[in-house]
Design a protein around this ligand. Structure first.
Ligand code: 8YV
Length: 328
């Protein structure tokens, strides 16, 4: 059914491309982040047929979806959608879309940047100059780690994992991967068990979806297997790492270092990480360029526009295939 001028809510940060793109076609209701939110939701809820969610920490859980009885489509910003209750959506005939592919290369670029910064200590060296230490202390110490003698294990060889692996091929380092199933047509060594891969490599790049299935995948057992040369790069979700285990391993130096782009309670970062100078922390920058974010925003809009034309949404998540099927 075509949905011209359908009522659509926007939950999250009112990003310009999304607001302009949706307001041109729908009755758009931007939910404010103040005491007026409840009043507006209560007023518009019966008419709402579409929603745009502009990324974590904003979410669309089942209790929120339940407030919109005519809801058909949730267009979510970001490739990860652990902030959206897709199980509830699947059970209620609601399609969820996300923004895959348009960010693959950017996130892969950021991963390589974070990897090199972590291995070669570039942020620490920058701080060394700014603190006026170079003239006093002489050359910044040689980095204990190098990419030259490393073996990389990628945790999650999806679209972004493959883009990272392609780049690493250019660096001439051996690559292995762990995921639930082996990937067809991939020559890298596959490990069905993460702990076995951790034992054989010294660098883990984590780029697997978040959510319950991967919670605390990187735990004490995996970090112990990784060993004292170990480096963990997390580009996935904070939930994938057991922070207590990682902080302890880093403090005790039972692994070498870590580069973290994501955290469980963003923008809060555990104090244990902030206190350590030998790791690298980024404020969730994976896809964060104007160029890539514009493409992601446009895809949020386009999914709603094609749905409004009665056509299949462009990028539904696998849990809610199109056309939607209401459970009996
Ligand atoms: C976004 C991301 O920064 O796409 C994702 O899953 O983690 C990032 O690209 C995030 O969605 C913004 O909330």
């Amino acid at each position: 059914m075509a949905a011209d001028r359908a009522d659509v809510v926007l939950i999250g940060v009112p990003k310009k491309i999304i607001v302009d793109g949706l307001a041109a076609r729908f009755n758009l209701h931007v939910i404010p982040h103040d005491a007026n939110a409840e009043t507006l939701i209560a007023k518009v809820a019966p008419a709402i047929r579409g929603a745009a969610v502009t990324g974590a920490p904003y979410a669309m859980k089942g209790d929120m979806m339940a407030r919109f009885p005519r809801l058909e489509l949730v267009s979510s910003f970001g490739v990860g959608y652990d902030n959206i209750d897709v199980k509830y959506a699947a059970g209620h005939g609601i399609t969820v879309t996300h923004t895959p592919d348009v960010l693959n290369e950017e996130v892969a670029d950021t991963t390589i940047g974070l990897l090199l910064c972590t291995i070669r200590e570039f942020p620490q060296a920058d701080r060394f100059i700014r603190a006026g230490r170079w003239p006093k202390e002489g050359q910044y110490p040689l980095s204990a780690a190098t990419l030259r003698d490393r073996t990389i294990g990628i945790v999650g060889l999806g679209r972004i994992g493959k883009a990272i692996a392609r780049r690493l091929e250019g660096f001439g380092v051996p690559i292995a991967y762990h995921s639930r199933n082996p990937q067809p047509g991939v020559a890298y060594r596959y490990y069905p068990k993460l702990v076995d891969m951790a034992r054989d490599v010294d660098t883990l790049i984590v780029i697997t979806p978040g959510g319950a299935a991967t919670r605390h995948l990187i735990n004490t057992e995996v970090l112990t297997a990784l060993g004292p040369r170990g480096i963990v790069i997390n580009m996935a979700r904070g939930s994938v790492i057991d922070d207590n285990a990682l902080i302890k391993a880093l403090k005790d130096r039972t692994i070498h270092s870590a580069g973290l782009d994501v955290f469980v309670n963003e923008p809060e970062v555990p104090k244990g990480y902030l206190e350590m100078d030998h790791i690298v922390l980024l404020p969730h920058l994976g896809s964060a360029s104007v160029y890539t974010r514009q493409k992601m925003e446009q895809l949020v809009v386009d999914n709603l526009l094609v749905w409004a034309d009665g056509k299949p949404p462009l990028t539904p998540v696998p849990e809610t295939p199109w056309p939607p099927q209401k459970q009996a």
